[in-house]
Ligand binder design. Structure first.
Ligand code: FES
Ligand code: FES
Length: 163
């Protein structure tokens, strides 16, 4: 299959993949971006969630060819270049929203897509946005609280920037 060209976490990649490759396989197996997890492999668990052209998607369901020309953000792209964690990452840690951690990258990417569209979501809106992400460990309450906290922090930072 002809080479794909796509931007991942702000870096342009050109890569040749076989025709049946998924975006998840492209990220993990071809590019070594293993922060994105493979759970069910069929669109049911959300562990593989990344942001593609602004939308949270299950990367296990996206043929790599469909990502040609796309802008992809994965969990590896969230921290600042100086290593400072994103407020969502900080709040997941501080709120105890991470146990085994397997669902966490997908949860955080779904939450990031939500906050990009809706910086001040209600608890209900957060639940809906994360409804495709399964967690077997936490019972979800701490995850929702972590997203609320990150939204508050990000809102405060945005207010400061506006002076
Ligand atoms: S691995 Fe993609 S939704 Fe489960
Ligand atoms: S923290 Fe283990 S699946 Fe969510």
């Amino acid at each position: 299959m002809p080479g794909l060209k796509l931007t991942i976490n702000g870096r342009v990649y050109q890569v040749d993949v076989s025709a049946d490759t998924t975006l998840l396989e492209l990220l993990r197996d071809y590019l070594g971006l293993t922060g994105t997890k493979e759970g069910c492999g069929k669109g049911e668990c959300g562990a593989c969630t990344v942001i593609m052209d602004g939308l949270a998607v299950d990367s296990c369901l996206i043929p790599a060819a469909k990502a040609d020309g796309a802008e992809i953000l994965t969990i590896e792209g969230l921290a600042s270049p100086d290593g400072r964690l994103h407020p969502l990452q900080e709040s997941f840690i501080s709120e105890g929203a991470v146990q085994c951690g397997f669902c966490t990258p997908g949860m955080i990417m779904s939450a990031k897509a939500l906050l990009d569209q809706n910086p001040y979501p209600t608890r209900e809106e957060i639940k809906v946005a994360l409804s495709g992400n399964l967690c077997r460990c936490t019972g979800y309450a701490k995850i929702i609280t972590a997203v609320e906290k990150a939204a508050a922090v990000m809102g405060t930072e945005a207010d400061k920037e506006q002076g």
